[in-house]
Design a protein around this ligand. Structure first.
Ligand code: M6R
Length: 366
Protein backbone atom coordinates (compact mmCIF):
# COMPACT_ATOMS: atom_id res chain seq x y z
CA UNK A 1 0.00 0.00 0.00
CA UNK A 2 2.92 2.34 0.70
CA UNK A 3 4.58 1.74 -2.65
CA UNK A 4 8.00 3.39 -2.77
CA UNK A 5 7.28 5.50 0.35
CA UNK A 6 8.38 4.95 3.94
CA UNK A 7 5.32 6.45 5.57
CA UNK A 8 1.75 7.37 4.68
CA UNK A 9 2.61 10.99 5.34
CA UNK A 10 5.32 10.95 2.68
CA UNK A 11 3.01 9.15 0.27
CA UNK A 12 0.21 11.64 0.95
CA UNK A 13 2.54 14.61 0.45
CA UNK A 14 3.44 13.18 -2.95
CA UNK A 15 -0.17 12.51 -3.86
CA UNK A 16 -0.97 16.22 -3.79
CA UNK A 17 -0.73 16.99 -7.54
CA UNK A 18 -3.28 14.24 -8.18
CA UNK A 19 -5.46 15.12 -5.18
CA UNK A 20 -5.60 18.75 -6.31
CA UNK A 21 -6.33 17.79 -9.92
CA UNK A 22 -9.20 15.55 -8.77
CA UNK A 23 -10.60 18.24 -6.48
CA UNK A 24 -10.72 20.88 -9.23
CA UNK A 25 -11.86 18.47 -11.95
CA UNK A 26 -15.52 19.51 -11.73
CA UNK A 27 -14.61 23.21 -12.04
CA UNK A 28 -12.23 22.69 -14.93
CA UNK A 29 -14.72 20.43 -16.77
CA UNK A 30 -17.42 23.02 -16.20
CA UNK A 31 -15.14 25.68 -17.68
CA UNK A 32 -16.49 28.27 -15.25
CA UNK A 33 -16.98 28.96 -11.55
CA UNK A 34 -20.61 28.11 -10.88
CA UNK A 35 -22.69 27.95 -7.68
CA UNK A 36 -24.07 24.55 -8.72
CA UNK A 37 -20.66 23.08 -7.85
CA UNK A 38 -21.71 23.55 -4.21
CA UNK A 39 -25.23 22.14 -4.40
CA UNK A 40 -28.52 22.44 -6.24
CA UNK A 41 -29.88 25.52 -4.43
CA UNK A 42 -26.47 27.19 -4.05
CA UNK A 43 -27.23 30.16 -6.28
CA UNK A 44 -30.11 31.08 -3.99
CA UNK A 45 -28.08 30.56 -0.79
CA UNK A 46 -24.99 32.45 -1.98
CA UNK A 47 -26.33 35.28 -4.13
CA UNK A 48 -27.10 37.93 -1.54
CA UNK A 49 -24.79 36.96 1.30
CA UNK A 50 -23.07 39.88 2.98
CA UNK A 51 -20.19 38.10 4.68
CA UNK A 52 -18.54 34.79 5.51
CA UNK A 53 -17.94 33.15 8.90
CA UNK A 54 -15.49 30.25 8.78
CA UNK A 55 -15.35 27.68 11.61
CA UNK A 56 -12.77 24.87 11.89
CA UNK A 57 -10.02 23.28 14.02
CA UNK A 58 -6.29 22.67 13.56
CA UNK A 59 -5.00 22.56 10.02
CA UNK A 60 -8.52 23.12 8.66
CA UNK A 61 -8.60 26.37 10.65
CA UNK A 62 -5.38 27.46 8.90
CA UNK A 63 -7.03 26.72 5.54
CA UNK A 64 -9.78 29.09 6.70
CA UNK A 65 -7.27 31.77 7.68
CA UNK A 66 -5.72 31.57 4.21
CA UNK A 67 -9.16 31.83 2.60
CA UNK A 68 -9.92 35.04 4.48
CA UNK A 69 -7.21 36.84 2.48
CA UNK A 70 -8.78 35.60 -0.76
CA UNK A 71 -12.43 36.18 0.17
CA UNK A 72 -11.91 39.78 1.25
CA UNK A 73 -9.53 40.69 -1.60
CA UNK A 74 -11.21 38.86 -4.48
CA UNK A 75 -14.88 38.54 -3.50
CA UNK A 76 -14.99 41.78 -1.50
CA UNK A 77 -16.91 40.16 1.36
CA UNK A 78 -16.01 40.56 5.02
CA UNK A 79 -14.77 37.27 6.41
CA UNK A 80 -14.07 36.10 9.97
CA UNK A 81 -12.37 32.86 10.85
CA UNK A 82 -12.70 31.29 14.26
CA UNK A 83 -11.56 28.16 16.03
CA UNK A 84 -14.67 26.04 16.41
CA UNK A 85 -14.10 25.23 20.10
CA UNK A 86 -14.01 28.95 20.88
CA UNK A 87 -17.01 29.94 18.78
CA UNK A 88 -19.28 27.26 20.22
CA UNK A 89 -18.82 28.46 23.80
CA UNK A 90 -19.04 32.20 23.39
CA UNK A 91 -22.03 34.45 22.91
CA UNK A 92 -21.75 35.33 19.25
CA UNK A 93 -23.76 37.82 17.23
CA UNK A 94 -25.22 36.11 14.19
CA UNK A 95 -25.98 37.75 10.89
CA UNK A 96 -28.30 35.48 8.90
CA UNK A 97 -26.97 37.09 5.73
CA UNK A 98 -23.56 35.64 6.46
CA UNK A 99 -22.55 32.28 5.05
CA UNK A 100 -21.21 29.86 7.68
CA UNK A 101 -18.44 27.71 6.23
CA UNK A 102 -17.19 24.72 8.20
CA UNK A 103 -13.98 23.05 7.07
CA UNK A 104 -13.20 19.51 8.18
CA UNK A 105 -11.19 16.73 6.58
CA UNK A 106 -12.97 14.00 8.53
CA UNK A 107 -16.38 15.64 8.75
CA UNK A 108 -16.60 14.20 12.26
CA UNK A 109 -14.68 16.69 14.43
CA UNK A 110 -16.90 17.23 17.44
CA UNK A 111 -16.09 20.89 18.08
CA UNK A 112 -16.67 21.83 14.43
CA UNK A 113 -19.97 19.95 14.41
CA UNK A 114 -21.07 21.65 17.63
CA UNK A 115 -20.01 25.07 16.33
CA UNK A 116 -22.17 24.47 13.25
CA UNK A 117 -25.14 23.48 15.42
CA UNK A 118 -24.62 26.57 17.56
CA UNK A 119 -24.46 28.82 14.47
CA UNK A 120 -27.73 27.28 13.25
CA UNK A 121 -29.34 27.84 16.64
CA UNK A 122 -28.40 31.53 16.33
CA UNK A 123 -30.31 31.79 13.06
CA UNK A 124 -27.61 30.95 10.52
CA UNK A 125 -29.43 29.07 7.81
CA UNK A 126 -26.86 29.47 5.04
CA UNK A 127 -24.30 26.78 5.74
CA UNK A 128 -21.61 25.24 3.58
CA UNK A 129 -19.19 22.47 4.44
CA UNK A 130 -15.84 21.70 2.86
CA UNK A 131 -15.10 18.10 3.67
CA UNK A 132 -13.09 15.11 2.47
CA UNK A 133 -15.37 12.30 3.67
CA UNK A 134 -18.66 11.93 1.82
CA UNK A 135 -21.77 11.55 3.98
CA UNK A 136 -19.95 12.31 7.22
CA UNK A 137 -21.75 14.23 9.97
CA UNK A 138 -20.75 17.83 9.16
CA UNK A 139 -21.68 17.85 5.44
CA UNK A 140 -24.92 16.06 6.32
CA UNK A 141 -25.79 18.94 8.64
CA UNK A 142 -24.96 21.61 6.03
CA UNK A 143 -27.08 22.97 3.18
CA UNK A 144 -24.20 23.18 0.71
CA UNK A 145 -21.15 20.95 0.35
CA UNK A 146 -17.92 20.92 -1.59
CA UNK A 147 -16.12 17.61 -1.31
CA UNK A 148 -12.37 17.64 -1.59
CA UNK A 149 -11.15 14.56 -3.41
CA UNK A 150 -7.92 13.97 -1.55
CA UNK A 151 -8.74 10.30 -1.00
CA UNK A 152 -8.27 8.60 2.36
CA UNK A 153 -5.71 10.40 4.53
CA UNK A 154 -4.04 7.96 6.91
CA UNK A 155 -1.23 10.02 8.44
CA UNK A 156 -2.39 11.92 11.52
CA UNK A 157 -0.66 15.03 10.18
CA UNK A 158 -2.91 16.54 7.57
CA UNK A 159 -1.20 17.21 4.23
CA UNK A 160 -3.20 16.56 1.06
CA UNK A 161 -6.41 17.38 2.93
CA UNK A 162 -5.05 20.90 3.58
CA UNK A 163 -4.01 21.74 0.02
CA UNK A 164 -7.26 20.36 -1.41
CA UNK A 165 -9.22 22.42 1.15
CA UNK A 166 -7.34 25.46 -0.14
CA UNK A 167 -8.31 24.81 -3.77
CA UNK A 168 -11.92 24.25 -2.68
CA UNK A 169 -11.84 27.55 -0.78
CA UNK A 170 -10.31 29.32 -3.76
CA UNK A 171 -13.11 27.94 -5.94
CA UNK A 172 -15.63 29.23 -3.40
CA UNK A 173 -13.94 32.65 -3.43
CA UNK A 174 -14.03 32.92 -7.22
CA UNK A 175 -17.66 31.74 -7.29
CA UNK A 176 -18.67 34.35 -4.70
CA UNK A 177 -16.73 37.03 -6.58
CA UNK A 178 -18.58 36.15 -9.78
CA UNK A 179 -21.99 36.15 -8.09
CA UNK A 180 -21.23 39.53 -6.60
CA UNK A 181 -20.13 41.10 -9.87
CA UNK A 182 -16.45 41.24 -8.98
CA UNK A 183 -15.08 38.81 -11.55
CA UNK A 184 -15.10 39.64 -15.23
CA UNK A 185 -14.58 37.06 -17.97
CA UNK A 186 -10.85 37.80 -18.27
CA UNK A 187 -10.27 37.41 -14.53
CA UNK A 188 -12.34 34.23 -14.47
CA UNK A 189 -10.26 32.78 -17.32
CA UNK A 190 -7.05 33.74 -15.46
CA UNK A 191 -8.17 32.05 -12.24
CA UNK A 192 -9.23 28.90 -14.10
CA UNK A 193 -5.89 28.85 -15.83
CA UNK A 194 -4.06 29.26 -12.53
CA UNK A 195 -5.99 26.28 -11.11
CA UNK A 196 -5.27 24.22 -14.22
CA UNK A 197 -1.52 24.79 -13.84
CA UNK A 198 -1.48 24.23 -10.09
CA UNK A 199 -0.85 20.45 -10.03
CA UNK A 200 2.26 21.04 -12.18
CA UNK A 201 3.54 23.79 -9.89
CA UNK A 202 2.97 21.58 -6.85
CA UNK A 203 4.93 18.81 -8.58
CA UNK A 204 7.82 21.22 -9.11
CA UNK A 205 7.74 22.09 -5.42
CA UNK A 206 7.83 18.37 -4.56
CA UNK A 207 11.00 18.10 -6.61
CA UNK A 208 12.66 20.29 -3.95
CA UNK A 209 12.62 17.32 -1.56
CA UNK A 210 16.37 16.54 -1.76
CA UNK A 211 17.19 20.17 -0.88
CA UNK A 212 14.77 20.17 2.05
CA UNK A 213 16.23 16.87 3.28
CA UNK A 214 19.57 18.67 3.37
CA UNK A 215 18.14 21.05 5.98
CA UNK A 216 16.61 18.35 8.15
CA UNK A 217 19.86 17.32 9.86
CA UNK A 218 20.41 20.89 11.04
CA UNK A 219 16.92 21.02 12.55
CA UNK A 220 16.95 17.61 14.17
CA UNK A 221 18.95 18.61 17.29
CA UNK A 222 17.03 21.85 17.89
CA UNK A 223 14.53 22.42 20.72
CA UNK A 224 12.69 25.34 19.17
CA UNK A 225 11.92 26.86 15.80
CA UNK A 226 10.23 30.03 14.65
CA UNK A 227 8.18 30.30 11.43
CA UNK A 228 7.51 33.66 9.81
CA UNK A 229 5.29 34.77 6.95
CA UNK A 230 3.28 37.81 5.94
CA UNK A 231 -0.09 38.28 4.32
CA UNK A 232 -1.58 35.19 2.73
CA UNK A 233 1.61 33.27 3.59
CA UNK A 234 1.27 33.86 7.32
CA UNK A 235 -1.22 30.97 7.69
CA UNK A 236 1.30 28.79 5.81
CA UNK A 237 3.88 29.65 8.48
CA UNK A 238 1.29 28.58 11.09
CA UNK A 239 0.73 25.32 9.23
CA UNK A 240 4.51 24.73 8.96
CA UNK A 241 4.92 25.20 12.72
CA UNK A 242 1.99 22.88 13.48
CA UNK A 243 3.38 20.16 11.18
CA UNK A 244 6.82 20.39 12.80
CA UNK A 245 5.53 20.27 16.37
CA UNK A 246 3.04 17.46 15.68
CA UNK A 247 5.44 14.96 14.22
CA UNK A 248 8.96 15.97 15.34
CA UNK A 249 7.98 17.27 18.82
CA UNK A 250 10.17 20.33 18.30
CA UNK A 251 8.51 23.35 19.87
CA UNK A 252 7.58 25.60 16.97
CA UNK A 253 5.81 28.96 16.86
CA UNK A 254 4.60 30.96 13.91
CA UNK A 255 4.31 34.71 13.79
CA UNK A 256 3.36 37.28 11.20
CA UNK A 257 6.84 38.64 10.43
CA UNK A 258 5.68 42.18 11.22
CA UNK A 259 5.13 41.12 14.84
CA UNK A 260 8.80 40.22 15.47
CA UNK A 261 9.63 43.48 17.23
CA UNK A 262 6.51 43.17 19.40
CA UNK A 263 7.88 40.21 21.32
CA UNK A 264 9.25 37.11 19.59
CA UNK A 265 12.52 38.79 18.61
CA UNK A 266 13.52 38.33 22.27
CA UNK A 267 13.73 34.58 21.60
CA UNK A 268 16.11 34.87 18.66
CA UNK A 269 19.74 33.87 19.16
CA UNK A 270 22.25 31.50 17.49
CA UNK A 271 20.27 28.48 18.69
CA UNK A 272 17.01 29.55 17.06
CA UNK A 273 16.31 28.41 13.50
CA UNK A 274 13.90 30.76 11.77
CA UNK A 275 11.94 29.47 8.78
CA UNK A 276 10.65 32.19 6.50
CA UNK A 277 8.02 31.87 3.80
CA UNK A 278 9.17 34.64 1.46
CA UNK A 279 7.73 34.46 -2.04
CA UNK A 280 8.16 37.26 -4.50
CA UNK A 281 5.00 39.17 -3.69
CA UNK A 282 4.40 42.79 -2.75
CA UNK A 283 5.45 42.11 0.85
CA UNK A 284 8.86 40.66 -0.01
CA UNK A 285 10.80 43.83 0.82
CA UNK A 286 9.10 43.96 4.22
CA UNK A 287 9.95 40.31 4.84
CA UNK A 288 13.58 40.96 3.87
CA UNK A 289 13.91 43.64 6.52
CA UNK A 290 12.38 41.23 9.07
CA UNK A 291 15.05 38.70 8.05
CA UNK A 292 17.75 41.28 8.71
CA UNK A 293 16.36 41.76 12.21
CA UNK A 294 16.78 38.00 12.77
CA UNK A 295 20.32 37.90 11.35
CA UNK A 296 21.35 40.86 13.49
CA UNK A 297 20.57 38.70 16.58
CA UNK A 298 22.47 35.69 15.20
CA UNK A 299 19.36 33.69 14.23
CA UNK A 300 19.89 31.16 11.43
CA UNK A 301 17.50 31.71 8.53
CA UNK A 302 15.91 29.00 6.40
CA UNK A 303 14.09 30.76 3.60
CA UNK A 304 11.57 29.34 1.16
CA UNK A 305 11.23 31.74 -1.76
CA UNK A 306 10.64 31.50 -5.48
CA UNK A 307 12.79 31.85 -8.53
CA UNK A 308 12.12 35.47 -9.34
CA UNK A 309 12.88 36.88 -5.90
CA UNK A 310 16.55 37.63 -6.68
CA UNK A 311 18.18 36.93 -3.39
CA UNK A 312 20.55 34.17 -2.65
CA UNK A 313 22.12 32.40 0.30
CA UNK A 314 24.67 34.18 2.47
CA UNK A 315 26.28 33.64 5.84
CA UNK A 316 23.62 32.11 8.11
CA UNK A 317 20.98 32.36 5.39
CA UNK A 318 19.89 29.16 3.61
CA UNK A 319 17.60 29.52 0.62
CA UNK A 320 15.39 27.08 -1.26
CA UNK A 321 13.59 28.34 -4.33
CA UNK A 322 10.25 27.13 -5.57
CA UNK A 323 9.73 27.70 -9.28
CA UNK A 324 8.25 30.92 -10.67
CA UNK A 325 5.84 32.78 -8.39
CA UNK A 326 2.35 31.45 -9.15
CA UNK A 327 0.40 34.52 -8.09
CA UNK A 328 -2.73 34.16 -6.03
CA UNK A 329 -2.31 30.39 -5.48
CA UNK A 330 1.23 30.80 -4.11
CA UNK A 331 0.30 29.74 -0.53
CA UNK A 332 -0.62 26.29 -1.87
CA UNK A 333 2.76 25.84 -3.57
CA UNK A 334 4.60 27.12 -0.48
CA UNK A 335 2.86 24.58 1.73
CA UNK A 336 4.82 21.75 0.11
CA UNK A 337 8.31 22.63 1.42
CA UNK A 338 7.10 23.13 5.01
CA UNK A 339 5.39 19.72 4.92
CA UNK A 340 8.57 18.13 3.57
CA UNK A 341 10.66 19.87 6.21
CA UNK A 342 8.50 18.55 9.06
CA UNK A 343 8.54 15.06 7.57
CA UNK A 344 12.31 14.86 7.12
CA UNK A 345 13.07 16.40 10.53
CA UNK A 346 10.76 13.83 12.16
CA UNK A 347 12.50 11.10 10.19
CA UNK A 348 15.89 12.32 11.42
CA UNK A 349 14.60 12.34 15.01
CA UNK A 350 13.13 8.85 14.65
CA UNK A 351 9.60 9.69 15.79
CA UNK A 352 6.47 7.78 14.82
CA UNK A 353 5.63 9.95 11.83
CA UNK A 354 2.21 8.56 10.94
CA UNK A 355 1.00 8.16 14.53
CA UNK A 356 2.50 10.93 16.65
CA UNK A 357 2.15 10.51 20.40
CA UNK A 358 -1.03 11.75 22.13
CA UNK A 359 -2.85 12.55 18.86
CA UNK A 360 -5.75 10.92 17.02
CA UNK A 361 -6.63 11.32 13.36
CA UNK A 362 -10.18 12.32 14.07
CA UNK A 363 -11.05 14.24 17.22
CA UNK A 364 -14.59 13.16 18.07
CA UNK A 365 -14.36 14.08 21.76
CA UNK A 366 -13.76 17.39 23.49
O1 M6R B 1 -10.92 16.40 10.38
P1 M6R B 1 -10.69 17.86 10.68
O2 M6R B 1 -10.21 18.61 9.49
O3 M6R B 1 -11.91 18.51 11.27
O4 M6R B 1 -9.58 17.88 11.77
C1 M6R B 1 -9.15 19.08 12.36
C2 M6R B 1 -7.87 18.90 13.13
O5 M6R B 1 -8.05 17.95 14.16
C3 M6R B 1 -6.70 18.46 12.23
O6 M6R B 1 -6.52 19.32 11.16
C4 M6R B 1 -5.41 18.37 13.05
O7 M6R B 1 -5.01 19.65 13.46
C5 M6R B 1 -4.32 17.67 12.22
N1 M6R B 1 -3.70 16.65 13.01
C6 M6R B 1 -3.27 18.61 11.72
O8 M6R B 1 -2.25 17.97 11.05
Amino acid sequence: ELGPYRHFMQKEIHEQPRAIADTIEAVIDNGAFAPELFGADAAEVLRDIEGVQILACGTSYYAGLTARYWIEAIAGLPCSVEIASEYRYRTAVANPKHLVVTISQSGETLDTMEALKYARSLGHDRTLSICNVPESAIPRASRLVYYTRAGAEIGVASTKAFTTQLVALFTLTATLAKLHGRLDATQEAEHLDALRHLPGSVQHALNLEPQVTGWAERFAPKDNALFLGRGVHYPIALEGALKLKEISYIHAEAYPAGELKHGPLALVDEAMPVVVIAPNDRLLEKVKSNMQEVRARGGELFVFTDEDSHFGPSDGVHVIRAPRHVGVLSPIVHTIPVQLLAYHVALARGTDVDKPRNLAKSVTVE
